[in-house]
Write a protein that binds this ligand. Structure first.
Ligand code: FAD
Length: 116
């Protein structure tokens, strides 16, 4: 294992970013204020203008036109994020993720205790 730290490639950037986005969704409030709902919707929109992979960002901006973020509560936002990630997975030929498992993956750990 090398100790040299290098700029991120598209895959590393993607993994780090999904870690952040799904974890942020997992901790989004169950009962967000109108302000929080508006702010999170703005965050996603602005994120799509600056995500530092132009290819990825332009796909994302296109998808947001037809699938705007559902920021009405924690559950809905986590599901929206999961479906958005699955759309990218499909496009890249990766396996789809079972969106009923987002809380185990990103919040509570797996039911078999493997994350405890
Ligand atoms: P990742 O896709 O990075 O996933 C990380 C982990 O998230 C997985 O191991 C799994 O445990 C979990 N996971 C997987 N799917 C879901 C889901 N649906 N919901 C919840 N958790 C899930 N790359 C390109 O080449 N072209 C693109 O156009 C492109 N667009 C992107 C757009 C965005 C907004 C982001 C954040 C990334 C994009 N990427 C794109 C990068 C790509 O999605 C992957 O991050 C990268 O290919 C590395 O993939 P990976 O197999 O390590 O797992």
């Amino acid at each position: 294992e090398s100790s040299v730290e290098c700029p991120l490639d598209r895959q590393e950037l993607g993994r780090s970013t999904w870690n952040f986005l799904h974890t942020m969704a997992a901790y989004y409030p169950d009962n967000p204020s109108q302000q929080q709902q508006n702010d999170m919707a703005s965050f996603v929109k602005i994120f799509s203008k600056f995500y530092p992979c132009e290819d990825c960002a332009s796909h994302l901006r296109e998808r947001l036109q037809t699938h705007p973020p559902d920021t009405s509560n924690r559950y809905s936002f986590c599901q929206w994020m999961c479906h958005m990630h699955n759309e990218v997975n499909r496009r890249l030929g990766k396996k789809e993720f079972d969106c009923s498992k987002v809380d185990e993956r990103w919040l509570d750990g797996w039911k078999d205790g493997s994350c405890d």
